[in-house]
Design a protein around this ligand. Structure first.
Ligand SMILES: Cc1cc2nc3c(=O)[nH]c(=O)nc-3n(C[C@H](O)[C@H](O)[C@H](O)COP(=O)(O)OP(=O)(O)OC[C@H]3O[C@@H](n4cnc5c(N)ncnc54)[C@H](O)[C@@H]3O)c2cc1C
Length: 367
């Protein structure tokens, strides 16, 4: 029998679909302090609509700050098993525009806009009976959604969750994870702190995640599907450690919160093998729903050309990873070079990522 936790269809509620290209209004219902610099913002959708998504997916939040529209991705930290509200858990980034705005302005009743759930860092990307969740800092959020969903389904899944934090006071969801462990004898949570900080009685591991600690707490790590999210250096070191320890890289899944700088509309057309020289082949791109259209050549991505033409198109990473710009191509063909932000079954259904697709004919898009 297929494992419901690892099946995308478990989370697909037809009455609660929110396509990733559709922007909706979220209303904040409450704000919770998780640590000194992390808050959870709970939202509902207008008219009490329900929400369906896969645990581990993110939304793209847009806010007007100082007269400019700013968009950032935030993982849905709440589980899809609680479809009446949706939460994001945000760590303040020093000097950061959106995270500080949210901390300072979000309170019950405040609205913001968001594009629907997206992303492939979900249990269905690596079905397995036993999991190892590794996170550091705010990277805990997708794994928290997965853990909450696993418990809500009542499956008593075998999960080892190792979370790294600077000090004990920086551990996000500490009390809730402890309560969840009390509810499931197969969920084990280990915190690793770089330093005891202001909690001198800290009795957990101090330092960084290393092979000794892994062997002590998860001697069977090679048998587990690994899901990891955290800063780049932490993920690189963990991946190297796992590979050197004999873990199968095909069973390793990671989510990065740091997209490299996004492509700006001033970008020069890139030389692209097989593409028509810039300015020669003129293709027309029509947006079926909005009725808008623009012209472009085959050297640019559809996203870059849309921005140049002043046509709004949802996007975030611009590197074929996040899936925010996933769009159905109703007519025409494109050449897409993605980086994992779209699934084969979505490609089969005619979806493409506009940030990494270049037209090879005129296009009609479902936008
Ligand atoms: C898929 C995904 C999921 C995510 N989920 C979460 C989550 O669950 N929780 C969470 O907290 N975050 C999450 N993030 C990260 C989040 O999207 C933001 O990147 C983060 O909140 C910082 O945004 P910001 O606007 O506050 O910072 P930004 O304004 O983007 O600034 C980031 C850094 O760059 C510096 N900076 C900004 N502008 C300049 C400049 N001109 N010159 C030099 N330095 C500059 C800032 O000082 C800061 O240190 C996620 C990201 C992705 C891609």
């Amino acid at each position: 029998m297929p494992d419901p936790f690892c099946s995308a269809s478990t989370w697909e509620r037809m009455d609660a679909q929110w396509p990733s290209h559709e922007q909706r209004t979220l209303t904040c219902t409450c704000v919770r302090a998780e640590t000194h610099d992390v808050r959870t913002f709970v939202f509902s959708i207008r008219d009490g609509q329900l929400l369906s998504f896969e645990p581990g997916q993110f939304i793209t939040v847009s806010v007007e700050i100082d007269g400019k529209e700013v968009s950032r991705c935030y993982t849905i930290s709440s589980p899809p098993t609680r479809p009446y509200t949706l939460s994001i858990t945000v760590k303040r980034t020093p000097g950061g525009v959106m995270s500080n705005w949210l901390h300072e302005n979000m309170r019950a009743g405040v609205e913001l806009k968001a594009f629907g759930p997206s992303g492939v860092f979900t249990p269905s990307s690596g079905p397995a009976a036993k999991s190892l969740y590794l996170s550091a800092g705010s990277g805990v959020t997708p794994l928290m959604s997965m853990t909450r969903a696993a418990l809500d389904l009542g499956l008593n899944r075998d999960i080892v969750f190792i979370h790294s934090a600077r000090t004990p006071v920086d551990i996000i969801f500490r009390n809730e994870l402890a309560s969840m462990c009390a509810l499931s004898d197969k969920l084990r949570v280990v915190y690793v702190c770089e330093a005891p900080g202001s909690e001198p009685g800290w009795s957990g591991p101090v330092g960084r995640l290393g092979m000794d600690l892994l062997m002590e707490h998860v001697p069977d790590y090679r048998d587990r599907e690994v899901f990891i999210c955290g800063p780049g250096g932490y993920m690189d070191a963990s991946r190297k450690m796992l590979v050197e320890g004999g873990h199968d890289p095909a069973r390793y899944h990671q989510e990065s919160f740091n997209f490299a700088q996004t492509v700006e509309c001033t970008e020069e057309p890139v030389a692209y093998p097989g593409a028509e020289p810039a300015g020669q082949a003129g293709y027309t791109v029509q947006l079926a729903r909005s009725g808008r259209s623009f012209s472009m050549d085959g050297s640019q991505t559809v996203l870059v050309a849309a921005r140049k033409a002043g046509v709004p198109m949802p996007s975030s990473c611009s590197q074929g990873m996040c899936g925010t710009c996933k769009t159905k191509v109703l007519e025409g063909t494109v050449d897409m070079k993605h980086n994992g932000g779209i699934r084969p079954r979505e490609i089969d259904k005619g979806m493409r990522l506009m940030c990494c697709s270049r037209p090879t004919s005129n296009l009609v898009l479902d936008l």
